[in-house]
Write a protein of this length. Structure first.
Length: 55
């Protein structure tokens, strides 16, 4: 899923959403987005990278 682009690292996820780390922290805290761990690294579902649905 990482190789196919279905899961994104934080930097790419934030870039697609156009949010700061602080805003992402708020989105995580309120449950608007979530992460998945793969091989000890944290990723975000690419399907959540649609800013119109998360903000």
């Amino acid at each position: 899923m990482v190789a196919s682009g279905n899961l994104l690292p934080e930097q790419e996820f934030r870039k697609r959403l156009g949010v700061t780390r602080k805003r992402l922290s708020h989105l995580l805290a309120d449950g608007s987005v979530f992460t998945l761990e793969v091989d000890g690294r944290v990723y975000f579902p690419a399907s959540l990278a649609d800013a119109s649905e998360c903000l």
